[in-house]
Design a protein around this ligand. Structure first.
Ligand code: NAP
Length: 310
């Protein structure tokens, strides 16, 4: 595609993140023209709406790309259909319910000569690149991730998130992993303890340990029942000081001194990146954060804790 022709985009799975982020980001991006939506119940005003991806693909002429924004358990089949129809695909995070699904989609995108984008929005938080620059220029000795938020505040009445493949507390924690896999040296999970509410199929809290080369170690303390102030912090002890990346990647401090604190623009940046890879004819579909989730589930000791009710 040439740089001047807008990419004709359809959105599939119209819900919270589409209304909060995708529609506003697309409204300000001249690289895209939002031409249609497909959702079983949700609608976007001012454009044609269909009830399934099949109808969308059959009825919209010259569609170039789709953004798939339904929960991860329902993403693989629509992604496969869109890629097989020759469309570029933007996957909301997490890009699939399993690593194999995403590997398969990468292969299909390559075969079809279209772009697949596994969007990791937290990687585009304002202080993440500054943190990466700091950490690549030093030796990291240890890291600690603390990711504690209130599920009732951020995910009210979202049944899918507690179902198999819904990830539970790993739905927010994979955002931390998307940053960690971008800024820290390679790590692998060595130990995990997952707390499952007695009435749910997905965890509400977890403690994870990681190891890397040269004695590098990391821990993660994850909780979905934190009311009051919310905590999304990554701390790294290094040869040149203590780095704290807080606010989910928004603020960076080194040895207590604030280095970066800019305004958040994650979704505008995601769509800029999607346009860039479509125009360049490449994919950007890193599964590393998803692999850590899979490894934690594989290694985990399971604790049953108090039942969770909305
Ligand atoms: P949501 O509002 O619960 O779901 C989005 C839409 O997907 C729903 O409105 C529904 O539309 C459709 N859907 C729901 N269950 C489905 C199913 N089983 N099969 C097919 N379609 C289904 O969820 P969301 O908060 O927007 O999150 C969607 C994705 O974005 C998740 O992967 C999430 O991790 C990611 N995300 C969310 C946030 C956030 O703050 N909420 C932030 C960043 C990323 P219809 O009923 O109309 O089909």
């Amino acid at each position: 595609m040439t740089g001047s022709t807008p990419i004709r985009l359809g959105i599939v799975g119209v819900g919270k993140i589409v209304r909060d982020q995708h529609i506003p980001a697309l409204a300000r991006n001249r690289d895209f023209e939002l031409v249609a939506a497909a959702s079983r119940h949700g609608r976007i005003d001012g454009i044609p709406n269909f009830s399934s991806i099949d109808e969308l693909l059959a009825n919209v002429a010259n569609l170039d790309a789709v953004s798939l924004c339904m929960p991860p358990q329902a993403r693989y089949e629509p992604a496969q259909k869109a890629l097989a129809a020759g469309k570029h695909v933007f996957l909301e995070k997490p890009p699939g319910a399993t690593v194999s699904e995403v590997d398969d989609l990468k292969e299909l995108a390559h075969t079809m000569g279209v772009s697949l984008f596994a969007s990791w929005h937290s990687r585009y938080a304002p202080a993440v690149e500054a943190a990466r620059r700091f950490l690549t220029a030093t030796k990291v000795r240890s890291a600690a991730i603390v990711w504690k938020e209130d599920v009732r505040r951020w995910h009210p009445n979202q049944a899918w998130i507690w179902e198999p493949g819904g990830f539970g507390v790993f739905d927010p924690f994979i955002n931390a992993l998307s940053i960690v896999t971008h800024i820290l040296p390679p790590l692998h999970v060595t130990k995990a303890v997952l707390d499952f509410p007695a009435n749910r199929d997905a965890p509400v809290a977890a403690r994870i340990e990681f190891a890397g080369a040269g004695g590098l170690s990391a821990t993660a303390d994850i909780d979905w029942l934190q009311t009051g102030p919310q905590t999304w912090d990554i701390t790294a002890d290094t040869d040149t000081g203590r780095m704290v990346l807080s606010g989910g990647g928004a603020q960076l401090s080194i040895d207590g001194q604030l280095i970066q604190d800019d305004q958040e623009r994650e979704y505008p940046a995601l769509y800029e990146r999607f346009a860039e890879i479509v125009r360049a004819g490449v994919s950007d579909a890193d599964v590393a954060p998803l692999q850590h989730v899979a490894d934690a589930f594989m290694l985990a000791r399971r604790n049953v804790v108090e039942a969770f009710y909305d």
